[in-house]
Design a protein around this ligand. Sequence first.
Ligand SMILES: *[C@@H]1O[C@H](CO)[C@@H](O)[C@H](O)[C@H]1NC(C)=O
Ligand SMILES: *[C@@H]1O[C@H](CO)[C@@H](O)[C@H](O)[C@H]1NC(C)=O
Ligand SMILES: *[C@@H]1O[C@H](CO)[C@@H](O)[C@H](O)[C@H]1NC(C)=O
Ligand SMILES: *[C@@H]1O[C@H](CO)[C@@H](O)[C@H](O)[C@H]1NC(C)=O
Length: 389
Amino acid sequence: MRAGTSNRTMKAGLAYCSLLVLLLITDVCGQRRPKPKPVRPPTTRKPPAPKKPSSPAPKSEPEPQEPTDFPPPILGPPSEFPDCPRECFCPPSYPNALYCENRNIRKVPVIPFRTHYLYLQNNYIDQVTADSFKNCTELKWINLGNNRIRSVEKQVFEKLPKLLYLYMQRNELKEVPDDLPAGLEQLRLSRNQISKVPPGAFSKMEHLALLDLHHNRISDSSLGKNIFKDLKNLIQLNLAHNILRKMPANIPKGLLQLFLDRNNIEEIPQGYFKDFTNLAFVRLNYNQLNDKGLPKLVFNVSSLLDLHLSHNMLSTIPLFNPELEQLHLNNNSIESVNGTEICPSNSLNMHDENGAPKLRYLRLDGNHLSPPVPSDVIMCFRHLHAIVI
Ligand SMILES: *[C@@H]1O[C@H](CO)[C@@H](O)[C@H](O)[C@H]1NC(C)=O
Ligand SMILES: *[C@@H]1O[C@H](CO)[C@@H](O)[C@H](O)[C@H]1NC(C)=O
Ligand SMILES: *[C@@H]1O[C@H](CO)[C@@H](O)[C@H](O)[C@H]1NC(C)=O
Ligand SMILES: *[C@@H]1O[C@H](CO)[C@@H](O)[C@H](O)[C@H]1NC(C)=O
């Protein structure tokens, strides 16, 4: 079905394209295709969405500066559960969830044994201590996002063998907590001040699918050579907005998404993506890549669909695989485009539309280029729906 319709679109599109000067035109030919959204790692074992507490305290006042300025904790009405902490809401119909978010809490209350899903985000908690978590060995999810956590007592989380999701983004951690349980599937530590990743921090974490460390202070020396090696099931690795100068070493070959925007990366080692079997999304916007730092065929990775190289210092278009659908190269120093040279020469039958390279979206604005788009580009990339130049 797709081949037929797109063949027609193609012909119409080609005619249209050749008439127009493609200056800052998006979506000229054909309808817009939604940008591929980052695929979320499978969220198995999702609990039914319980009713939220009816009146979470809005955090509307300006953020207090000193601990003494903290507004008092907000206590709820007495619960039918005798073990329900007063600063939390224990939904009667959903005894496995404990809602303590937006309550001005400074210390984690004692968590009842029955709790599987624990919500503590948007409070003023500054440390995580063992006493609160002594008896809640059934915990599966913990959300501690947007607090002021500076320290995590040793082995608090290790003693939660069923923990799957740990969210601690937007805190004040300086290092990745040690002793995380081996069964963890998602770990969010973005927007902290992490500069230290203890050796073995992720060892044995074979089930981890998502590791989000973006917006921290991670440098090359923060990352031991084999720090990510055991993460055999990792799907998304986000190290964007750190201070890396090099590509992280020995990342898992099964990765689907690698985000490294806003670092200071200057080069990609030869064969860096060799043997990656699922890699589809690579983002390297806002780095220091130049032509010398990119080995000729480094992006010839057959699974790659979406490649972001905006805001670097490239002066030529790197070669890429025939399956690539989106290529972002805006705000580089590219001076010319030779469609013959960049055309991924996969197929013997280029006139067959199915054999044509899959590129649909190409951004080249913010370079030293001016329209028109060379005809050899249009000839090669027959699936192209939008080009920005
Ligand atoms: C832990 O929870 C169980 C089950 O509710 C209870 O029987 C036990 O007394 C609790 N232990 C502590 C130390 O609170
Ligand atoms: C790109 O990789 C494919 C296999 O993944 C290979 O067949 C092809 O020759 C490579 N392209 C170039 C230009 O080497
Ligand atoms: C593009 O590259 C091909 C092969 O390298 C070359 O033959 C051709 O002259 C180039 N086209 C332009 C317009 O420079
Ligand atoms: C990127 O390119 C666009 C389009 O030319 C330009 O308007 C913008 O100022 C550039 N951004 C930067 C940060 O250079």
